[in-house]
Structure formats: structure tokens, C-alpha cells
Design a protein around this ligand. Structure first.
Ligand SMILES: Nc1ncnc2c1ncn2[C@@H]1O[C@H](COP(=O)(O)OP(=O)(O)OP(=O)(O)O)[C@@H](O)[C@H]1O
Ligand SMILES: [Mg+2]
Length: 294
């Protein structure tokens, strides 16, 4: 039985700058199960980073419900939030300057989040993590002495240092080439399979999105569609997927009130400009037509 680790109901986030309000999340509904490896895609400005920041406890949601690992993020005190950010979630940022301290070596960087362990234990654990991301041979390198892909792997090791339950990665492969991106995803998959780590990746990369079990699309601060890996591909060798392989089935997502979003492109193709359509139920199918249709 899948057990939810992230439960998000009707989540709203409003940013206020002077008198202008930006509705970054507009009633987002999503459940993510323990041990899932899933991706979030969506246009620029659709609310992906905002959502990740809410789960990561970096910013407070405005309304709705957000429960992560049994903790209600609306009710956590500042102190509890600090502990939450340290123990429950690990974050990988797109910008490596935010992930790594430039004047420290990879090995030292990975020890930074481990506050309460002995020096010996920190060193051992950090080395273990660098081995896990295949980088123990670069342990004494600093940020500027590593490639972008290597920096990213150190960032993942740092994010995992406190053994979080959830790894959140905001466009981790945005700045590396396709091959490195695929390597990083394979690595995250291995870690996800070998531990019970839940992994949520925000990405623009369609190729990467094809290789995970579930991809949700955010549109205007709401989940609009969801793609699920076809059963026959679940255990397949993901290395062999090509751009053309159709590995997933796509579904539109209903909200609690039974509302459905019809993508703008489809409305345009159908020539629907107003806010009314004809809805009919025939032979077990729902048919949506322009208002002028018979
Ligand atoms: N701190 C903030 N203050 C005010 N508005 C913000 C803030 N952060 C995000 N926004 C606004 O909220 C909306 C969603 O932004 P968000 O960063 O979540 O988008 P995104 O999907 O991550 O986009 P991208 O793919 O470009 O990273 C945008 O309209 C953005 O301008
Ligand atoms: Mg973003």
C-alpha cells in the first residue's frame, strides 16, 4: 500500500510586492508517496520553484493544507521549521554557487550540514556520500576545480548529508549536457531504489521526465496533467530510451470539485474563445464541443 509522504490540498501561495499580489500557487492538489521518484514540469513562472520552496520549508504557504512526513507545515514553529529543514528535506539548487561553499573542498563541503556528529564521524560519512555519488577521487577539489556535473554530484551528497526523507531538486540538470543529466538521473534512481528516499525533481528536460514513474505538469499554479510510466517500461533499462519512445500515458487531472483544465492549445484549435462549451455524455464518453455546435 503506498503511503503518502507529501499531502498537499488546495495549496495557495500569494506573494505581495508593495500593492501587487502574485498568485503563485492557485489551489494545488498533489500527493506524493513515500519512496517515489517523480518529476514536476511546467512553463516558466507556473509555480514549480514556489511549490518546491513550500515543501522545503523555505517559505510559508498562504492557505490550504500541506503535510509532509506527518508534519503540518502551517503549524510548525520557527524552531520546529529549522529542525524540519535540517532533518526531513535535502535541497539541490540549480545554481551551484548556492549549493557549495567555494573556498572549501568537496569533502569539507559535504561535512558542513552535519552539525552534531564527531569530527571523525563527519569525515567518514562525507567520504561515504562522495563514494555514493562516484566522486571520492575528487574529495580534495574545490568548486572551481570541478566540472559542472561534478559540482552537481557534490551538491547531491551535501543534500543527503543529514539523511533526509525527501530530496528536492530544482532543475538539477539545467546547466549540464544531456549525457551528464542522464548520468545524474540514473544515480538518483539508484539511490532512490536502494534507500527509501523520496525524490522530487523540477525539470525542463523532457528526456529526463520520460524516465521517471510519474510526471506532473503545473500550469498557472495548479496541477493540470499527469503522466504515468506504462507498466511495461517500469523495470526497463532507462538508458535505452530515445526521444521518440512513448514510455508514459498522459492523464488530465480533476480537482476536488471535478473541474478539469483544457489546455489552451486545444481550445484554440477548437476555436473556443468564450467561457462556455457544450458538454455531452454519450456512449460512456464525455464530449466537449464549441457552444455553437448542435
Ligand atoms: N519571492 C517572490 N516574490 C514575488 N513573486 C514571486 C516570488 N517568487 C516567485 N514569484 C512569482 O510567482 C510566480 C511563480 O514563480 P516560480 O518561481 O515558482 O516559477 P517557476 O515555475 O519555478 O518558473 P521557472 O521555470 O522560470 O523557474 C511567478 O509569477 C513569479 O514571478
Ligand atoms: Mg523555478
Amino acid at each position: 500500500m503506498p503511503e503518502p509522504i507529501i499531502q498537499c490540498e488546495n495549496l495557495v501561495k500569494i506573494y505581495k510586492i508593495k500593492d501587487i499580489e502574485v498568485l503563485a500557487l492557485q489551489g494545488l492538489e498533489l500527493q506524493i508517496d513515500k519512496g517515489e521518484l517523480m518529476a514536476i514540469i511546467g512553463n516558466s513562472g507556473s509555480g514549480k520553484s514556489t511549490f518546491l520552496n513550500m515543501i522545503g520549508g523555505l517559505d510559508r504557504p498562504s492557505a490550504g493544507k500541506l503535510i509532509v512526513d506527518g508534519k503540518d507545515l502551517f503549524k510548525l514553529s520557527e524552531q520546529e521549521l529549522v529542525a524540519y529543514k535540517r532533518n526531513t528535506v535535502g535541497f539541490v539548487w540549480q545554481n551551484n554557487a548556492r549549493n557549495l561553499l567555494p573556498y572549501l573542498t568537496a569533502w569539507q563541503n559535504v561535512q558542513m550540514p552535519m552539525l552534531f556528529d564527531s569530527a571523525k564521524k563527519k569525515k567518514e560519512r562525507a567520504l561515504e556520500l562522495l563514494e555514493m555519488v562516484g566522486l571520492s577521487h575528487r574529495k580534495d577539489h574545490r568548486l572551481d576545480q570541478m566540472s559542472g556535473g561534478e559540482q552537481l554530484r557534490v551538491a547531491i551528497a551535501i543534500a543527503l548529508a543529514n539523511d533526509p526523507k525527501i530530496l528536492l531538486a530544482d532543475e538539477p540538470t539545467g546547466a549540464v549536457d544531456a549525457k551528464t543529466g542522464a548520468y545524474i538521473l540514473d544515480m538518483l534512481r539508484d539511490i532512490n531504489r536502494n534507500t527509501d528516499l523520496t525524490v522530487v525533481i523540477v525539470t525542463h528536460d523532457q528526456m529526463l521526465a520520460k524516465k521517471v514513474n510519474r510526471v506532473v505538469t503545473i500550469r498557472d499554479g495548479k496541477i493540470s496533467s499527469e503522466r504515468l510510466m506504462k507498466q511495461s517500461y517500469r523495470l526497463a533499462d532507462i538508458g535505452s530510451f530515445t526521444e521518440e519512445t512513448e514510455t508514459q500515458d498522459e492523464f488530465a487531472v480533476l480537482d476536488r470539485a471535478g473541474r478539469l483544465q483544457i489546455p489552451g492549445e486545444i481550445l484554440e484549435q477548437m476555436g473556443i474563445r468564450g467561457n462556455k462549451v457544450r458538454l455531452a455524455y454519450e456512449d460512456g464518453k464525455i464530449i466537449i464541443q464549441p457552444p455553437e455546435a448542435e
